[in-house]
Write a protein that binds this ligand. Structure first.
Ligand SMILES: O=C(O)C(=O)Cc1ccccc1
Length: 343
């Protein structure tokens, strides 16, 4: 493949549908989240061929803004310092990224406008000169540790985890003069290339099929158009101490043939026993069956937050059961109206 000249990149950038130019992400450069951001931009027709923020901005007009954590990335969007944020949301092995699920729905409303997924495996790196037998502690993001802990126990028995804000942050700390509290880091193959680091092992993953899902987040605005292969994310608070409250919530979906692709319970506040559910459903808010499910939730649950409708990363068309198509809802509404207007 030939390299895209800067002029072409600029042309591509002006065609970015969202006209977003400032992208906050879980940094520093070299995280899996940065790879996801590049994947989002690629889908918009923008290829980034550099690792240097100034070169990227000169070639594409885009500002890539690495953030210390997910909360900071979302704060930049909430406060208008960034147009978009990219954050990890879910891992096929570990489940939801709680920090992301919570930061997304607590505070000023935000909207998911896209998703992507990356197969994940890891490299174990050390600072030049460190021998494998010196490795006692491994620094990395908690989700990375969770995906490699069996491998580490098999190959470095007794080694313990030191949490870091991201995989790339852990790798970078190894290159600093000060001892970071660990001898090795688990990071991706890009961060493993950091000068001064040596890779002890690569392709590490307890589950070789592990995939992490990342979302592109903006301030509330126009919802991406339906594609027929869409997801909708909502956060639902259930009434306290009400028998059947969860069943009622699920019935709102099942009665309209709306399939769930993820459901997670999150503590709803200070008190034990109060829950919110973060739910992904197959379908777009422009579809009548999804609207009917959401109106049902709105009538029966104390709080429903719409977090966005956006195209599925795998473009797998949503199944629409017979009787739940838009045309079926329209025919049913027309029938009721005809009853009301008859003489
Ligand atoms: O730390 C990173 O590189 C991230 O982007 C977060 C993360 C960590 C582990 C798996 C997937 C994403």
């Amino acid at each position: 493949m030939t390299e895209t000249p800067a002029a072409q990149l600029s042309a591509a950038q002006t065609s970015v549908k969202t006209a977003a130019t400032r992208y906050a992400f879980l940094g520093p450069f070299g995280t899996f989240t940065e790879l996801a951001l590049r994947q989002f931009l690629q889908a918009e027709g923008v290829t980034i061929t550099s690792n240097q923020p100034e070169e990227i901005e000169a070639a594409t007009g885009l500002k890539l803004l690495p953030c210390r954590d997910v909360g900071q990335a979302l704060k930049m969007v909430r406060e208008g310092e960034a147009d978009r944020a990219v954050i990890p949301l879910e891992n096929s092995v570990e489940g939801g990224v709680n920090a992301s699920l919570d930061a997304l729905v607590h505070g000023e409303p935000l909207q998911i406008v896209g998703e992507t997924a990356i197969p994940i495996d890891f490299c174990l790196v050390v600072r030049e000169g460190i021998k494998p037998e010196q490795v006692r502690r491994v620094g990395t993001h908690p989700h990375a540790w969770a995906q490699c802990r069996n491998w580490i126990e098999d190959h470095f028995p007794g080694t313990t985890h030191v949490p870091a804000t991201s995989t790339a942050a852990a790798a970078n700390l190894l290159t600093e003069d000060r001892y970071p509290g660990f001898e090795a880091a688990l990071c991706n193959a890009v961060a493993a290339q950091t000068p001064g680091l040596v890779t002890l092992a690569d392709g590490i993953a307890d589950n070789p099929n592990a995939v992490t899902r990342f979302v592109l987040v903006s301030r509330p605005g126009r919802t991406p158009a339906p594609t027929g292969a869409d997801k909708t994310t909502v956060q639902v608070r259930l009434p306290d101490n009400e028998a059947g409250a969860l069943l009622n919530m699920l019935e709102q979906f099942s009665a309209r043939g709306v399939n769930l692709s993820r459901i997670e319970s999150r503590p709803g506040g200070g008190r034990l026993g109060t829950y919110e559910f973060s739910v992904d459903i197959e379908g777009h808010i422009a579809e009548r069956r999804v609207q009917a499910a959401l109106t049902g939730l709105h009538r029966t649950c104390p709080q429903v937050r719409f977090v966005g409708s956006y195209p599925r990363f795998d473009a797998k068309p949503n199944t629409v059961e017979t009787g739940t198509e838009d045309s079926a809802f329209e025919a049913a509404t027309a029938w009721v109206e005809s009853l009301l207007t008859q003489d």
